[in-house]
Write a protein that binds this ligand. Structure first.
Ligand SMILES: *Cc1c(COP(=O)(O)O)cnc(C)c1O
Length: 368
């Protein structure tokens, strides 16, 4: 069955629709090649520190950072940031929204023996949960975009004065416009809308977050160096990381940030991902055998679209047929276990390619 060829004029020009690692634009790879002389050189010397500075300044410009907000980075991706937050950001107790795999993973990291048991507001996959106002916590944490389900939450401050709003923006950053002053920590990794490789984490931190990190660092809590946000702040201010970063990853990210800024910044990126995801949701609503997984239109993600199929369509067979035709990674999140397709509509992805993807899915379903 996977020997069937979808007509070439229907196929997307670029078949990468995965949610991370995700499509890297050819122009980014050209940029990497043009700066190949930086590869294999010391991250303590000027050229690499200038690259880190460009990425930090580019993010500050993209997010229109007010005075006092800083761009911090370190190694280990968003997963490492959860552990760093447990050591360096949560004072006594955190409160979390968990409506998918990634929100739940931060709860696990925050369930550390030196902290009180976190408050957790659980939501069924496909929904967005909410705090109820009774949580006495010093960190309020939620995913901006729950990549495992395609549900997107709002970004507005939560909790009482003095509490920090800490947002997992791994799959939203660079693809959804927000007001950064509604957050104290907006953290992400480069392999989603920034179309780079994984392995680093970035966190945009407010003055209150930086003050919290400093205070906890001065307490007698044991903090491993690698997971110390205080040490990450000190290094980031010098345009360095504690240990060796992936230089190629930084170059790919630098190219993507420049492209976003030249194209019209976050407002432009947000409009583009919205256009792409709207195409998918409209297609699903019009399709007799498909429907958007996220029932509430206000919670449908503009960067990760999830589409359920009824029993007449075998979504796994559709994904396999598309894969055999070079259109990859539209399988649902592995643990969700639904008859579903999940499509990244990240900034790098052309809306015209999303149209072609939908035509290819129609063709695959008709063939199967
Ligand atoms: C991908 C993703 C992560 C994990 O990122 P890593 O860099 O692989 O650790 C965390 N949260 C969300 C919302 C994600 O989409």
């Amino acid at each position: 069955m996977t020997g069937y060829r979808i007509p070439t004029d229907l196929l997307p020009l670029d078949g990468r629709f995965g949610c991370g690692p995700s499509k890297v634009r050819p122009e980014q790879v050209d940029y990497l090649m043009r700066h190949a002389d930086l590869l294999g050189t010391s991250h303590r010397q000027k050229p690499i520190r200038a690259l880190v500075a460009r990425v930090r300044e580019g993010l500050a410009d993209l997010y229109r950072l007010p005075a006092g907000y800083e761009v911090i980075l370190g190694n280990g991706g968003s997963t490492a940031f959860w552990d760093a937050a447990a050591f360096s950001l949560i004072e006594n107790r955190s409160a979390h929204l968990a409506f998918g795999e990634f929100g739940a993973k931060f709860v696990k990291a925050a369930s550390a023996p030196w902290l009180q048991k976190p408050f957790v507001r659980v939501g069924e996959p496909g929904t967005v949960s909410a705090f109820d106002g009774t949580e006495e916590a010093d960190v309020f944490a939620w995913p901006h975009n729950e990549t495992s389900t395609g549900a997107m939450a709002g970004v507005t401050r939560q909790g009482p004065a003095g509490a920090l709003s800490v947002v997992d923006a791994t799959s939203a950053a660079g693809g959804v416009d927000i007001d950064i002053t509604e957050t104290d920590v907006y953290y992400f990794a480069p392999q989603k809308n920034f179309a780079s490789d994984g392995g680093l984490w970035f966190a945009i931190m407010s003055p209150a977050a930086i003050e919290r990190v400093n205070r906890i660092a001065e307490s007698d809590r044991y903090i491993p160096e690698f997971l110390s946000l205080n040490i990450a702040i000190e290094n980031s201010r010098l345009d360095q990381t504690l240990n060796t970063p992936a230089v190629a990853t930084l170059l790919l990210m630098d190219a993507q940030i420049q492209w976003m800024r030249e194209s019209g910044g976050l407002a432009w990126a947000g409009a583009r991902t919205k256009e792409s995801s709207d195409l998918i949701y409209a297609w699903a609503e019009a399709h007799p055998n498909a429907s958007p997984f996220v029932a509430n239109p206000d919670h449908r993600s503009q960067v990760v679209a999830t589409i359920d199929f009824d029993e007449t369509v075998d979504a796994a067979a559709v994904a396999a047929l598309l894969r055999a035709n070079g259109v990859v990674d539209i399988d649902p999140y592995r643990k969700l276990g639904r008859n579903q397709l999940r499509v990244a509509t990240f900034t790098a992805i052309e809306p015209t390619d999303v149209r072609r993807l939908l035509a290819s899915i129609d063709d695959a379903i008709a063939h199967i």
